[in-house]
Design a protein around this ligand. Structure first.
Ligand code: 5GP
Ligand code: MN
Length: 341
């Protein structure tokens, strides 16, 4: 990050700090904000995490999660904290609209200093301090590097190590995506040395399914369709199906990866009907060079990374799927050449 020395100077004096993850925060967003929360608090700053909305229950065990203020349900307190803050950290997202409409409009009026730490492509130039690196697997790994740059790695305690381990684990698919490097593994080793209980963290995140969430997974797998000629597979979940299996936030996380696990498939999509926002939410995954970030940006008002992105559609579930299928022929060459299997 340029200007790190300026920020270092500012952080040498106690500040009022607000830490913000993106809407519908995942393990990396919650992990990076809570790790920064513990780190900055240990240095006499006043710190609050303000999340746009609730996180899934498989992250509720994380140290500090109980202190998070939610913009959608505690709006008055959240607005006061942001207004009073001298520094606002934006973690794991690249544009203010990723916090949702209401919070975006409020943040656009913020007069203090923004700090952005993020690994998504094409970050908006909105922060006085931007640390952006799209080659790094997770924002949590970037927070570790940020603490390194401040020469404070010795302050990483069990709480911070646990939060950072969780975000690196979830964003790398448990250390298996190509973004996982030897540096990632060295950092992970250090986090275990500093107190992260690796086996327990995996259990807390991945082995706390409810009966109905596994039934929902079964329904999704039944709905899966394969378009072999484009090395593509996709899944749909309608409101009726989500209600039948008592859908709760987080239950659909990771389902799209089952479609990508089919032999020979390099492009996977899941279409989920969202009753609250009245949209179809898309999650896209790919293997190799085919960029789902570009695909989501071009056709579904979204974005993300080369191999993992999201987007949305205002049309019906059936119409959205139809449009998706109609787009595939123009990408045929890219899809067939993306990954040598
Ligand atoms: P997921 O499919 O797990 O929701 O998201 C995959 C990746 O794409 C994440 O890094 C997430 O932040 C990003 N992403 C998901 N939905 C959107 C979206 O609507 N817009 C943008 N710009 N990025 C998204
Ligand atoms: Mn991330």
């Amino acid at each position: 990050m340029e200007k790190i020395d300026l920020l270092k100077k500012q952080l040498a004096i106690p500040q009022k700090i607000v830490l913000i993850p993106h809407r519908n925060p995942d393990g990396d967003a919650v992990g990076s904000t809570l790790a920064m929360y513990h780190f900055l608090k240990s240095q006499q700053h006043q710190v609050t995490v303000v999340a746009p909305n609730k996180f899934p229950s498989f992250l509720a065990w994380m140290p500090g999660a109980e202190t998070i203020c939610f913009f959608d349900s505690e709006t008055k307190k959240a607005k006061r904290k942001i207004t009073e803050a001298t520094l606002v950290f934006l973690l794991d997202f690249n544009a203010l609209h990723r916090t949702g409409n209401d919070m975006q409009f409020f943040l656009e009026k913020y007069k203090g200093t923004f700090v952005m730490i993020d690994h998504h492509q094409q970050p908006d130039a909105i922060a006085a301090f931007t640390y952006s690196d799209t080659s790094i697997c997770s924002t949590c790994q970037m927070v570790y590097h940020f603490i390194e740059k401040l020469e404070k790695v010795n302050l990483i305690n069990k709480e911070i190590a646990t939060c950072l381990y969780t975000g690196i684990m979830t964003d790398t698919g448990s250390f298996r995506f190509p973004s996982t490097t030897s540096t990632t593994h060295r950092i992970i080793a250090d986090l275990i040395d500093k107190g992260a209980n690796n086996a327990r963290i995996h259990n807390n995140v991945y082995d706390t399914n409810s009966y109905s969430s596994l039934q929902l997974l079964g329904c999704a797998l039944q709905n899966m369709k394969v378009v072999e000629s484009f090395k593509t597979a996709y899944i749909t979940l309608s409101i009726e199906e989500l209600e039948r299996y008592k859908y709760k936030k987080g239950d659909t996380e990771g389902i799209v990866n089952y479609a990508l696990s089919l032999k020979g498939i390099i492009f996977a999509a899941i279409f989920i009907e969202d009753a609250d926002q009245k949209i179809i939410k898309l999650s896209l995954r790919s293997k190799g060079t085919f960029s789902v970030n570009e695909f989501a940006r071009a056709h579904f008002e979204g974005g993300g990374h080369t191999n993992a992105a999201g987007g949305k559609s205002q049309l019906s579930l059936a119409k959205t799927v139809e449009n998706f299928l109609n787009l595939l022929p123009q990408y045929k060459q890219q899809l067939l050449l993306s990954y040598e299997i």
